[in-house]
Design a protein. Structure first.
Length: 415
């Protein structure tokens, strides 16, 4: 086990002291065996917690918090394919899995209403609704837009109170992430970034850098990300690919005065970032989604590296904003045709270093997706961090690895 894994284990263990002997209920503290209640299924929509597992039962329970619960397909009730993968990997590691909505936990009785495979060793089969004990570890996988609105806030608070390890933690926003890296001595890992304090600041930087990006501190998916380019004296072009309720692509040339007026509502809530000279392949800008996850030893492992090519004149490479996913093998060939190389090792090394810095600060961090840039001079920078990277970018082998690592890290935390 590496240094980061060992340190995380020590920190998590401190949090778990006394957890195995604690059960919240009307009777207060109970014997340890009460923490190992198991469930019996009585039909759709009905279940109850019954029985007590044997003292020697070592199977851990991984609870996956999600609003995407199993549905009936072809006469069989089962969840989305990735949850089946996690359950399969967990079964190999001697763990059980339950899926539950964050709002379906009774913290007073210490029980959860959720779904489990009817046959744990065959998660591809039918899943049944059960009421079960509190999990030994929780993987919070609520959709980003719901998490931002606080849908799983109570779950996080209560899991902490009950000393149940939960991953991923709420990770820092864009500005806080910059601070974390600076404190870790990694200021060069990202482009120059500042919080917008005035219109004058932005115009000064655009004149200095020629190109800059204005980004909402809490945004995601390329929403409301603007590129500002200096055309010539007193003329700037402002571009966006996604503007919320205002529609899709938007381009406008502004004077100095018009730009100042446009910037005023964005003071305080937006960041200003130097525009990078992104590597171009086939005349289109490209960046890389690098997804990492920690394994059963707490160590960071590469899940996959996915090139994303921007649309012609695109502001961002996000697929939802018009970008395109390209297989790495194809991109390497295209780059070679342009006389360029893709620094795969440097991309992975930089991403791992950032992930380690993050998990030193937030010990239960497990999954991250970094949008990494390669500039034309070969330097590597992290543009964005995605705490819940979309699985849609990953291929089959990557998804299989991800499920193995997710089950493995749950086992690591539950020990």
């Amino acid at each position: 086990m590496g240094l980061d894994g060992a340190r995380s284990r020590r920190l998590v263990r401190r949090q778990l002291v006394g957890r195995a002997f604690f059960f919240v209920g009307t009777a207060g503290r109970h014997k340890r065996t009460v923490r190992h209640c198991f469930a019996t299924y009585h039909g759709e929509g009905t279940s109850e917690v019954v029985g007590v597992a044997e003292e020697g039962n070592k199977r851990k329970l991984l609870g996956i918090a999600t609003t995407s619960l199993p549905s009936v397909r072809g006469g069989i009730r089962r969840p989305a394919p990735h949850y089946v993968r996690i359950a399969r990997a967990a079964a190999r590691m001697g763990m059980d899995v339950c899926l539950f909505d964050p709002h379906h936990v009774n913290w007073q009785t210490g029980s959860v209403s959720g779904y489990m495979p009817e046959r744990p060793q065959v998660p591809e089969g039918n899943w049944v609704k059960r009421t079960m004990r509190l999990p030994d570890v929780i993987y919070e996988n609520v959709y980003v837009h719901l998490a931002i609105r606080g849908y799983s806030a109570t779950l996080r608070e209560q899991a902490k109170r009950h000393q149940i390890p939960l991953f991923n933690p709420m990770l820092p926003g864009k500005w806080k992430m910059i601070s974390v890296l600076r404190q870790a001595g990694m200021s060069d890992a990202t482009p120059e970034t500042e919080r917008i304090a005035s219109s004058e600041q932005v115009i000064h930087r655009v004149n200095e850098w020629q190109t800059a990006y204005v980004k909402p501190i809490g945004g995601y998916g390329g929403m409301n990300v603007y590129r500002i380019e200096r055309l010539h004296a007193d003329r700037y072009r402002v571009s966006a690919d996604r503007r919320g309720s205002h529609g899709g692509k938007w381009r406008k040339v502004m004077s100095d005065a018009q730009l100042r007026t446009w910037l005023r509502p964005r003071v305080g809530g937006y960041l200003l970032q130097r525009g990078l000279q992104l590597l171009t392949v086939g005349g289109r800008k490209v960046d890389f989604r690098v997804v990492l996850h920690r394994d059963e030893h707490g160590e960071w492992q590469l899940v996959g590296m996915v090139p994303k090519v921007a649309a012609p004149d695109g502001v961002v490479t996000n697929i939802i904003a018009g970008g395109e996913r390209v297989p790495m093998s194809r991109l390497v060939q295209m780059a070679e045709a342009d006389g360029k190389t893709i620094p795969l090792e440097a991309l992975e090394t930089r991403a791992r270093a950032i992930a380690r810095a993050l998990s030193r600060r937030y010990p239960t961090t497990a999954l991250v997706g970094f949008d990494m840039a390669v500039e034309e001079d070969g330097s590597v920078k992290m543009i964005e961090m995605n705490p819940k990277p979309a699985r849609s970018l990953l291929d089959g082998p990557m998804l299989a690895k991800l499920a193995d690592y997710q089950a493995g890290f749950a086992k690591f935390l539950a020990k």
